[in-house]
Structures are given as structure tokens and as C-alpha cells.
Write a protein that binds this ligand. Structure first.
Ligand code: SF4
Ligand code: SF4
Length: 364
């Protein structure tokens, strides 16, 4: 990785150049913070598992914010649980904005009233993600485990758009909502919001795989990719290439102040009730190990996979949750790669990936 800008020729995008420089200097420029695991809904695919540990208090949160600013964090994502379940949310988010962080907010939107929309607009978030899981009221309630969820989410989108907030609908495609995909796209267009969809069902934070029964098949994913013509995001297949930047420039803070490498890889890096953030970031063994070792040459399955050029979803955290090894392949990424292959080579036999072949062979 380089932070040098060429003297001539096309100039890189200044934001990407800044990110590359911060990454090369291992500045924690992006932090995701789960402010609470409490939630007003019970989504079927929720991965949060309450730990029973006390959430950071308002004062502790404000102190952590100051530490993040000192450490060079620029982008801060507040998520949950449901962020609005915290009565002090606007005290925390307001301080974050005053400290100059660029804020991203993730909420299910159901609790957003005109007054709350006004307060959110005052925060001027870079983006606000609203979970949208169905286009019909009954199905939305069934998936989200609440009442009148769809009208509430759409009302939130309208209130926020009226106040100039950049809103994105975030949809996890499941067997339960696949038939409503076109209607979901129409809703996004009608409300003038961005739309993002994913196939990734995460195992629970404790490794439970209850939601996996709702995972789309390879064929269903291929059909969605073909219909959407989503461009393939090829990964860097060089020996020192990385499938993601885990450990380099971002991390996750859980409600109780435990720091993890990211939302999926829940190997504790430190505890902000006992340590300063800068100390955790610089010295945590798991973060140091990822920085040094999370490169393709060390990915036992992926470095020689026949489908590597179709693989765009490999996730160290999901691999770790599946079998305890963050450096191996994992089922969902392999299925996703097979779906990509099928989309690009319709009718052809789908090649086996290294990881799936190893699983079938029973070798570990
Ligand atoms: S083994 Fe699976 S996760 Fe690894 S490169 Fe191949 S498709 Fe991707
Ligand atoms: S390990 Fe997975 S969740 Fe974590 S940063 Fe990488 S791709 Fe994202």
C-alpha cells in the first residue's frame, strides 16, 4: 500500500488517497459503535446476543468519544440494537458531532417522530441506514417481530427526507422477502432514498446459526445478481492482498466497552473500562496479528481457490464464527462466489471452491 500521489498522470480521488494514507499509518479512522443491544423489535435474523454486562454510561461514552478524537478517528457509525433505545443518544451523538466526527447512523426507524427526525437532521449525518425488510405490512411485521413496522419505517424515511437527511434502505434478502424485491426497489425510488441489499445472514454473536434457515440458495443469489447487474467487486489476489481491511483502520466498540476487530470477528481486543482506546488499538494481540497476517498468502483455503476471481464476500469474522479460524474460507462466501460464477456462466456446472471441497473431504 502506498500513500504517494504520482507526480503525473491521473490523480487519485482525494478521499481515497486520504484513506490510503490513514490505513498505511494505521490510524483507526473508522469506528463502529454499538451503543446498546436493547431493541424495540425482534428481527428473525438479528445477531446481537445480550451479554448481560452493563452498558457504558453517558459519561463513559463522552470520555470514549474524546479518546477516539485523539486517536484520529474521522468516521463514526452508531448502531445497536436500536440506537434510539438509549435516552442519552442525542447527548452522545451531539458531542460526537461537536468533536467533528462524520456520523453514520443505523436504526430500524420505528421510533422516529417528527421531533426526533429534527434532532437527527441537526446531527447532519453522512448517511442514515433504515432497515427495510419487506414491502408489505404483514411480512414486515413477521420478519421484524413488531407491529405496524412498515408504515413506521416509511414515515421515518419521509420525515428524514423532508429534512434533507441522506437515507438508505438496507435490506437483507431472505427466503422470506425475496418475492418482494421489486416492490422494495420501487419503495426506495418512490421515497428518493438509496437502496442497499445484502445476502449475508450473520451467525449470532455467540455463534448460534438459528437464522441460517432463511439464507438464499446459490441459484436464488445468482438470479438476483443477474437481474441487478451488480458489478463484481474483484479482490486483490496478490500474496499480500487483503480480502478486507480488518485490523488496519477500523474496529467495533460493543455496548459494554469491549473493543473487537469488527462486527463479525468478536475476539476481544480490549476493555475501555480498563484501558485507553489508543493502548488497545496499538497493542491488542488480535489487532497486531491481523495487521501482520491477514493477507492472502496466509488464507489456507482461498490462496489457491478456483473461484477466487468470483469471490467478493469472504469475511474473516464469518469464517471464525463458522469454524474458529479467521484465515480459512467459509460457506456463505463460497456460495456467493458460486452464485457469481453461475450469473456469469449460465447453464454451466458450478465449480467447487477450495473450502467446500475440503469440507466434503472431511479434511480439517
Ligand atoms: S474458498 Fe471460498 S471464501 Fe475462499 S476464495 Fe474460494 S470462494 Fe472465496
Ligand atoms: S472480517 Fe468481515 S465483517 Fe470484519 S471487516 Fe472483514 S469483511 Fe467486514
Amino acid at each position: 500500500m502506498t500513500d504517494r500521489i504520482p507526480a503525473s498522470g491521473p490523480q487519485p480521488d482525494p478521499y481515497n488517497a486520504l484513506l490510503a494514507r490513514l490505513r498505511s499509518q494505521q490510524v483507526p479512522f473508522s469506528v463502529m459503535w454499538e451503543l446498546t443491544h436493547r431493541c424495540n423489535l425482534r428481527c428473525v435474523m438479528c445477531y446481537n446476543v445480550p451479554t448481560g454486562r452493563r452498558e457504558l454510561s453517558t459519561d463513559e461514552c463522552l470520555d470514549v468519544l474524546a479518546q477516539l478524537a485523539e486517536a484520529g478517528t474521522l468516521r463514526l457509525t452508531f448502531t445497536g440494537g436500536e440506537i434510539l433505545m438509549r435516552r442519552d443518544f442525542f447527548a452522545i451523538a451531539g458531542r460526537a458531532r461537536a468533536l467533528g466526527f462524520a456520523l453514520d447512523l443505523k436504526t430500524n426507524g420505528v421510533l422516529i417522530t417528527p421531533a426526533i427526525a429534527e434532532q437527527i437532521a441537526d446531527l447532519d449525518p453522512v448517511e442514515l441506514d433504515l432497515s427495510l425488510l419487506a414491502a408489505t405490512p404483514e411480512r414486515s411485521d413477521a420478519i421484524m417481530g413488531g407491529r405496524d413496522t412498515l408504515p413506521a419505517i416509511l414515515r421515518a424515511a419521509r420525515l428524514l427526507r423532508e429534512r434533507g437527511v441522506r437515507v438508505r434502505f438496507n435490506t437483507l434478502l431472505l427466503d422470506l422477502n425475496l418475492s418482494e424485491r421489486e416492490a422494495l426497489l420501487d419503495l426506495a425510488a418512490r421515497f428518493g432514498v438509496y437502496y442497499q441489499q445484502t445476502f449475508k445472514i450473520s451467525p449470532g454473536d455467540d455463534g448460534n446459526r438459528r437464522a441460517e434457515c432463511h439464507q438464499l440458495s446459490v441459484e436464488a443469489m445468482a438470479a438476483v445478481l443477474a437481474a441487478d447487474r451488480t458489478p463484481l467487486r474483484t479482490l486483490d489476489c496478490s500474496p499480500d492482498g487483503r480480502t478486507c481491511l480488518v485490523g488496519l483502520a477500523s474496529c467495533l466498540i460493543a455496548p459494554d466497552g469491549i473493543v473487537y476487530p469488527c462486527v463479525e470477528l468478536r475476539i476481544p481486543a480490549g476493555d475501555l473500562r480498563r484501558q485507553r482506546f489508543a493502548e488497545v488499538w496499538a497493542a491488542a494481540p488480535i489487532l497486531r496479528q491481523l495487521r501482520e497476517q491477514h493477507v492472502r498468502a496466509n488464507l489456507s483455503d482461498c490462496r489457491a481457490c478456483a473461484l477466487a476471481d468470483c469471490c467478493e464476500g469472504r469475511c474473516a469474522g464469518l469464517a471464525w464464527k463458522e469454524h474458529g479460524d479467521p484465515y480459512a474460507g467459509h460457506t456463505l462466501a463460497c456460495w456467493h462466489a458460486q452464485a457469481r460464477y453461475l450469473e456469469r456462466h449460465p447453464g454451466q456446472a458450478i465449480p467447487e471452491t477450495s473450502y467446500l471441497a475440503r469440507q466434503k473431504g472431511g479434511r480439517r
